[in-house]
Design a protein around this ligand. Structure first.
Ligand code: ATP
Ligand code: MG
Length: 893
């Protein structure tokens, strides 16, 4: 058996098919283009759909590629089975209406067995075909000469490819026999025939004969044009040539696994021996190594293709991969961020075929590191809480799962996985139901909460003190409950329901000064509670609206834990608000006055007054100024002082009409931003990371609202969405263009479209993509006019030899009845005739599918005697309806 590296295998495949006149297609992005049915490219053929269904003409009828693919439904298998990855590469050869079964099988056999190519000995190979596909069986046995004991004719579930509607057909699969040492019970080829999961016979290649069309009701008609679609997993083939127990010891993953070994606690080692003599604990350790190596590779590729960790769709998958790796890292004793340190190993293994990875290395490292670090903070708190829940209750109830999820953003997948490790059950269905219910409840929550501050007399008289400690801490070990109420009544204890609580000291920030309230949890000996909202009471106490499980009593000591993730993002946005406030004044002048703001973990908005509209240039200058200040890295300073000092000593801005207390708080960044503010802020402007203005709107009478985002993650997510919207709009235009490009081509339009589509998702390109789309729209507009003129001209060309006749009044007249011409066409034609012939009367009618049109035109020289409108009205036999003047009359009849 040859020993081949993964790069050699891939190259050999592509070379082989190129010698067989296949056109090489370079790998494309993992993000599908124009295919809303797919979240990720999940196979080689997924990128070729338009060629297969005839929407586009392929560059050649024979194609070959090696395409990266992601299958999210295999994530659970990763590290558990020997041969599944999240991302893998699929080698393929394709025939679009060209060769069919015989050649496809011959090509496969030659590549696998010829000594010039893979050189696998034939007796190592086993074949399956569909049991109704006699032709494939015959080619294998008679043309290739496979002995009967190595070929199996099997049923529909393994050997017929069908997705319910559309092209489908039988397939043939090739298996490699790794030998009896992988078959401890010595079952032999029956493992294939009975489709038993095993490590001995590895499926290396699947060739689909796309032969029928399924009409959706399982009626199969032969396709007029038959196709071949094949897929072979590169990593699996590599494991054969490198004779490794799983895909993970091949040259693709091995360097990464070794690097993980060097980073983790030295008592954990990857063990190959374990595949021969498995020990449960070691199997678990091996899995951790494999999952990490797999996930960092998939993540590296996804980020390179522009997918950043986020809260939905693809971004969420990447976030999950990073979080999952981080959790497995912990099992190997790694407690700090480490995943980003593996990116170089991935690039070294994959960079030859994917050279762009090197160029994007720094961006990838940065994105992974940021996400990991963020997660580690969440994880620590979530772990502690979950640990306590498991110890106390030996089960994770739906409510507790929700508590973890809502209060820390602790992923439900992690709860499930950790609970499974400890042999503890999670009420997952209950969790999903609760989550749904909370979403509905949240809509009305705010209304309820505001109700007390005006109406509740009990509450307005309350003078008890509560101190806010959240500027310095986000977790407080021992806060004491000093007051509780529910349904407008003071209460002494609360069990399993919602209520309001005041603590002597609390790290929870109440919504005020434009900053959203903190979320998080309270925990005590006999209860846990999610903090749903925090508002400030009339006496400045922070009042927590909580949902309690268990029993909470007045005087109880509780641990108060703020959701740090939400807080951190809110802080970035609050400091961002100060930055944009400063920058607007810097760019527009001191007449800018802030008149309100709101910031939470998602973004910020600020209202301000100004005497005229703000120009695009001024907005850009504002953005640049903010970014400059972020980059410069100004530390935050805070001063508690009296109002005098605030204004004179610290130059704080203050224009709210609201009354300030004796002592005020000043938040200052550098010597440029100083505001009276009770909010929480980043330590240094550089922690804001990134900044973008997403819009400005006028609220009338000189008030404007500016909307902005901060942080790398949020800005990236925004850019991706924007680019997608612009690109979709461009696609719509090009679709229209495609319907008329046979008549008129526009190189300019095509170039603009191409330029737009290849723009990288970067902030600097946002204006450019916008401009390109505008230009595309404009170009299309004039193109459309020109194309329509040509279409009209083509339609009217048939009339170019028409000559007038002399009518009974001795006047030149053209009278024509046509079909299919619109009223516009008729008018155009009447103009043409009148330009061509002098002293002319034209009477043109047309019948279309829906209507009949009539146009009458009279040359100016004749209009004292004959008026178009009179001739039109005079045609009583057809009784036309419409109007006009001496020159032209038009209408329907
Ligand atoms: P399996 O049953 O092993 O999941 P499949 O039937 O889903 O495979 P196909 O859809 O036929 O696989 O894909 C073609 C080839 O792609 C497979 O033969 C295999 O070599 C490879 N492949 C599929 N899924 C994965 C994966 N998650 N990781 C690595 N290789 C894969
Ligand atoms: Mg599969």
């Amino acid at each position: 058996m040859k020993k081949l590296t993964t790069n050699e295998i891939r190259q050999m495949w592509l070379d082989f098919f190129q010698t067989k006149q296949h056109h090489f297609l370079a790998p494309v992005s993992l993000i599908p283009v124009d295919d809303p049915s797919l979240l990720w490219i999940n196979s080689g053929v997924a990128t070729l759909k338009p060629y297969f269904d005839g929407r586009k003409t392929p560059p050649a009828p024979r194609l070959t590629n090696s395409q990266k693919a992601i299958r999210t439904n295999d994530i659970e298998n990763v590290g558990v089975t020997a041969r599944h990855q999240t991302m893998f590469e699929m080698l393929g050869n394709f025939s679009i209406g060209d060769y069919f079964k015989k050649e496809a099988i011959e090509f496969a056999w030659e590549l696998l067995t010829s000594p010039q190519w893979f050189g696998i000995s034939p007796e190592k190979l086993y074949i399956t075909v569909f049991n109704e596909d006699e032709e494939a069986y015959r080619v294998w046995t008679e043309v290739i000469g496979i002995p009967k004991e190595r070929i199996f004719a099997l049923g529909r579930d393994t050997n017929f490819w069908d997705v319910g509607q559309g092209p489908c057909g039988p397939n043939t699969e090739m298996f490699f026999d790794r030998g009896s040492q992988w078959d401890p019970e010595n079952i032999g080829p029956r493992l294939i025939a009975d489709d038993i999961e095993n490590d001995r016979y590895i499926e290396i290649w699947n060739v689909v004969f796309s032969q029928f069309n399924n009409d959706g009701n399982n009626n199969y008609a032969e396709l007029p044009r038959k196709n071949i679609d094949t897929g072979a997993g590169l990593e699996r083939i590599a494991s054969i040539f490198q004779d490794t127990p799983t895909n993970f010891e091949t040259d693709i993953f091995w360097p990464t696994i070794q690097k993980v070994e060097s980073l983790c606690d030295s008592k954990f080692k990857y063990s190959i021996e374990n595949y021969r003599h498995p020990v449960k604990e070691q199997t678990r350790i091996n899995t951790a190594f494999k999952v990490i190596a797999d996930h960092v590779r998939a993540t590296t590729f996804a980020i390179a293709d522009g997918v950043f960790p986020g809260n939905k769709d693809r971004g969420y998958i990447i976030r999950r991969l990073i979080r999952r790796s981080s959790v497995y890292g912990r099992e190997l004793g790694i407690t700090t961020s480490f995943l980003y340190k593996l990116v170089d190993e991935v690039i070294a293994a994959m960079g030859e075929f994917y050279p762009y990875l090197k160029a994007k290395r720094d961006m990838i490292v940065e994105a992974i590191k940021t996400e990991e670090e963020k997660f580690l903070k969440t994880l620590t708190k979530g772990y502690d809480t979950l640990e306590k829940i498991i110890n106390d209750e030996q089960t994770v109830s739906a409510k507790n799962a929700l508590l973890l999820f809502e209060s820390f953003g602790f992923p439900i997948e992690q709860t499930l996985e950790l609970a499974a490790d400890r042999g503890v059950e999670v009420d997952y269905t209950g969790f999903e139901n609760l989550l749904e219910a909370t979403k509905i409840a949240a809509r009305d929550a705010r209304k309820d909460l505001k109700a007390w501050d005006k109406q509740n007399e009990l509450f307005t008289k309350l003078t008890i003190n509560s101190e806010f400690t959240g500027w310095e801490e986000t977790t407080r070990e021992n806060s004491q409950v000093v007051f509780m109420f529910a349904n407008d009544q003071e209460i002494q204890e609360i069990t399993d329901q919602e209520g309001f609580v005041i603590l002597d000291k609390t790290p929870f920030y109440a919504e005020k000064g434009g900053q959203a309230a903190d979320a998080g949890i309270l925990i005590g000996d006999n209860f846990k509670a999610a903090v749903i909202d925090v508002q400030q009471g009339p006496q400045k106490q922070n009042i927590h609206r909580i949902s309690v499980q268990g029993t909470l009593k007045v005087s109880d000591i509780v641990k108060a834990i703020v959701d740090e993730d939400k807080r951190i993002y809110t802080m970035k946005n609050h400091s961002g608000t100060h930055m944009v406030h400063y920058a607007l004044r810097h760019v527009l002048g001191d007449t800018v006055m802030q008149s309100g703001s709101y910031n939470d973990e998602h973004g910020l908005r600020m209202d301000f007054t100004f005497n005229r509209n703000v120009t695009d240039e001024e907005l850009r200058a504002t953005e640049i100024e903010v970014l400059k200040r972020i980059k410069e890295g100004h530390p935050r300073e805070v001063y508690f002082c009296n109002m005098d000092d605030a204004i004179n000593k610290y130059q704080a801005l203050a224009f709210f009409t609201e009354k300030y207390d004796e002592e005020v708080r000043v938040v200052k960044f550098g010597d440029f931003s100083s505001e009276l503010c009770g909010g929480t802020h980043v330590d240094n402007t550089k922690d804001i990371e990134d900044f973008i203005i997403t819009g400005i709107e006028s609220k009338g009478s000189g008030t404007f609202r500016i909307k902005c985002l901060t942080s790398n993650e949020t800005v990236n997510e925004y850019l991706q969405n924007q680019f997608k919207n612009y690109s979709d709009e461009a696609d719509k235009i090009i679709d229209k263009y495609n319907t008329s490009k046979e008549i008129l081509k526009s190189a300019k339009l095509e170039i603009i479209y191409q330029e737009l589509k290849i723009l990288e998702i970067l902030k600097d390109n946002l204006e450019i993509v916008k401009e390109k789309l505008e230009l595309l729209k404009e170009t299309f507009k004039s193109y459309e006019k020109e194309a329509n003129d040509l279409i009209t001209a083509a339609k009217l060309a048939q009339f170019q030899n028409v000559e007038p006749i002399i009518n009974q009044d001795g006047i030149n007249e053209i009278r024509l009845h046509t079909s299919g011409l619109t009223i516009k066409d008729l008018k155009e034609l009447s103009d043409q005739f009148r330009n061509k012939f002098v002293d002319l009367i034209v009477i043109l009618s047309s019948t279309t599918n829906e209507e009949n049109f009539l146009v009458v035109g009279v040359s100016e020289s004749l209009q004292d005697r004959f008026k178009a409108i009179e001739i039109f009205k005079g045609m009583k036999d057809i009784n036309p309806k419409g109007g006009g003047n001496a020159n032209l009359a038009q209408g329907k009849y």
